[in-house]
Design a protein around this ligand. Structure first.
Ligand code: FAD
Length: 395
């Protein structure tokens, strides 16, 4: 690496993924500069909202499981090193019909990788999780509980990563939007804020702005098909808060069947403070509906019609947990065509590493994505099993 410059690696975008890369690079003694267009922990991207579900019996693809295991170790280490409470292992349950494809795929991943899960049916399911049942017993037929799952607190994770990155020498600059970047004969050059920054390599982790940042490169088209999508997360204040307490109610996902986006949620986080999102409330949201958007122009107001629709879904699927919707917030997914991540070197230049297309399920991977990006940015390769997330699948 060129030691003449201030930085060896520049990271563009300091959400969960970018900060994890900064933290890991700094930990390895690499001189890293992180550039963020807003402030660290802002609520305009993808890494905000108080809680993010973590689970390992992964219906999305069993190849994620080794990465999830490593990510979980990473969260535990981050918790120790930062002294912040980041993780709540209240369990995660997926409920649905007997033919639920999400449950069978999760059970398959659990069996293949030896992950502890518990199958709940009939009266056992109803007794354990009355929140999903109406008085007349109408409710899901099947549940798959993963006791080791739960949720992490994204704003705190970002705080921990930023703190430890800076402790180990990373320079993190806020309110410095990157306008363009290019590779040169001896490295990369980034124009951002009112400055120009040079380094040997660049890591691009711009979340919903990735499509724009990836094309902000001289005379080259962006070959990666990514779409920013508007999402709504909302918070329900239960009439009986004890029913939604993480001590008795896990994080959850309802398989609504073929063609309907799953509904999911997180119990009340007893460790949340009044300044954290959704204080005293349980989270409820739909995973995967939403319109493509431009992250700089997206409507950030949640309409009454949207609130009414979520409230109706909560009433239908959580009849045993009545309450009122108290607040809601817009958040952004960045979808890839197949719903899987893209973690790789840029197809046109190996000095550029990218982590993108997290398609609404990336946060639980944050620590391991940081490791993969640090590997790619320093050696151009990684031993982590991310081959199935390569950019070449879109070419
Ligand atoms: C409502 C919602 C619920 C979710 N729930 C879960 C869940 O339960 N479990 C789970 O695992 N995942 C979940 N996810 C997904 C997960 O949160 C995301 O995959 C993850 O946060 C993506 O992180 P990121 O760093 O890629 O993006 P971001 O956090 O958005 O970070 C990108 C950063 O780049 C910055 N940036 C962009 N352009 C520039 C520029 N030109 N110059 C400088 N900076 C720039 C942005 O300002 C931003 O800070 C959820 C996402 C949403 C929206």
């Amino acid at each position: 690496m060129n030691r003449e410059r201030d930085s060896e690696v520049i990271v563009i975008g300091l959400g969960g993924m970018g900060l994890a890369a900064c933290r890991e690079l700094a930990r390895r003694g690499v001189r890293v500069l992180g550039l963020e267009q807003h402030t660290i922990g802002h609520a305009l991207g993808s890494s905000h909202g108080g809680t993010r579900v973590v689970r390992q019996a992964y219906f999305e693809h069993p190849d994620y499981v080794p990465l999830l295991r490593r990510a979980m170790d990473g969260f535990l280490r981050l918790e120790q090193e930062s002294g912040l409470a980041l993780l709540e292992r209240c369990g995660v349950v997926i409920v649905g019909g007997l033919d639920s494809s999400l449950i069978s795929a999760s059970a398959g991943a659990a069996a293949a990788h030896g992950i502890e899960v518990e199958r709940l049916e009939g009266t056992v399911l109803r007794a354990r999780l009355p929140q999903f049942f109406a008085k007349d017993d109408v409710g899901p037929s099947l549940g798959l509980l993963e006791p080791g799952g739960g949720f992490v607190r994204p704003e705190r994770v970002l705080r921990a990563l930023a703190m430890l990155s800076m402790r180990d020498g990373a320079r993190l600059r806020e309110r410095v939007p990157v306008r363009s970047w290019r590779t040169t004969s001896d490295g990369v050059e980034v124009e951002a804020g009112d400055g120009r920054f040079r380094a040997d390599r660049v890591v691009i982790t711009a979340g919903a702005w990735n499509p724009a940042v990836l094309v902000a490169r001289e005379a080259r088209p962006g070959p990666l098909p990514l779409t920013a999508v508007r999402q709504v997360q909302s918070w329900l204040r239960p009439h009986e808060p004890r029913l939604a307490d993480a001590a008795r109610f896990p994080a959850w996902l309802v398989d609504r069947g073929e063609g309907a986006a799953p509904l999911y949620g997180v119990p009340i986080d007893a460790a949340a403070t009044p300044d954290e999102p959704g204080f005293g409330c349980a989270k409820v949201a739909v995973h995967g509906e939403g319109e493509p958007c431009d992250p700089d122009r997206v409507d950030r107001t949640v309409s009454d019609a949207e609130l009414t629709a979520i409230e109706a879904l909560a009433r239908q699927h959580l009849p045993g947990l009545p309450g009122r919707l108290e607040s809601a917030r817009v958040c952004l997914y960045t979808n890839s065509p197949d719903g899987h991540f893209l973690i790789d070197r840029h197809p046109l230049d190996e000095r550029v590493a990218i982590a993108a297309g997290f398609s609404g399920h990336g946060f639980k991977f944050v620590p391991v994505v940081g490791e993969a990006l640090a590997d790619l940015a320093t050696t151009g390769r990684t031993d982590l099993p991310i081959g199935f997330l390569a950019a070449s699948r879109f070419s």
